[in-house]
Design a protein around this ligand. Structure first.
Ligand code: PGA
Length: 234
């Protein structure tokens, strides 16, 4: 069964979340779908027995980091997963500097890291995708080997833009990521794809054999449409 991550980003207020939960109630098996809502609503999903993850964790475990949220606090709310290094975090919050620390904290606390990696448009156009991915993988995995880690390949130029790589390119990149990690770290990791996944492209994406699932943003925000999407992925 494919992994489906729903990344809500900084969307939804309390009423929207309650409505969302009402719409999806009893509509699908919950063991392969992971919700990544704002921290404020993690508990709403956990209480209803959905798999839930945070969109981020602090680089420190606990204590004096004003405005951050500790993995220990997030665990109390019920997370089993966390995104690490989403490109929006790397862009706005310098997360490139904290990836290794966050990976270590997640694994230490038995939280499954969903490590987001991906190249910029400029890197893609200059044929630097693999170099960029290697660099991001090495920083994250060097001291943090675990076969629990999930890799989310998200080309930055695909996120929220409607543009996605061709199936041939994706097949090649996914197998590159898996082989590189296997050869250098002796672990076999699942790789999911993120970036403009939607109802229009999902059937085509489903043809990619070596893909283990999806991390989906915009197309999860309407719960009815998300249910349709889930139906097409199964
Ligand atoms: P998108 O976002 O599906 O809206 O492109 C994916 C993501 O940022 O994880």
């Amino acid at each position: 069964m494919k992994i489906i991550g729903a990344n809500f980003k900084m969307n939804f207020k309390k009423d929207d979340i309650n409505n969302y939960l009402e719409v999806i109630k009893n509509k699908f098996p919950i063991d392969n779908i992971i919700f990544f809502p704002s921290d404020l609503y993690i508990e709403n999903f956990a209480k209803n027995n959905y798999l839930v993850g945070s969109q981020n964790i602090s680089f420190q475990e606990f204590g004096a980091v004003t405005g951050d949220t500790s993995i220990l606090q997030l665990k109390e709310l019920g997370i089993k997963y966390t995104l690490i290094g989403h490109s929006e975090r790397r862009k706005y919050f310098n997360d490139d500097n904290y990836i290794a620390d966050k990976m270590k904290l997640a694994l230490k606390n038995d939280i499954i890291p969903v490590l987001c990696i991906g190249e910029s448009l400029r890197e893609y156009e200059n044929n630097l995708t693999k170099d960029k991915l290697k660099e991001q993988i090495d920083i994250a995995l060097k001291d943090n080997r675990s076969d629990k880690i999930i890799i989310a390949y998200e080309p930055i130029w695909s996120i929220g833009t409607g543009k996605i790589p061709t199936n041939d390119i994706l097949t090649e990149i996914i197998s590159f990521i898996k082989n590189y990690i296997n050869e250098n770290y002796q672990i076999n990791l699942k790789v999911i794809y993120g970036g403009s996944v939607n109802l229009d492209n999902i059937l085509e994406l489903n043809k990619i054999n070596n893909l283990d699932g999806y991390l989906i943003g915009g197309a999860t925000l309407n719960p009815n449409k998300f249910l349709e999407l889930i139906d097409k992925i199964k």
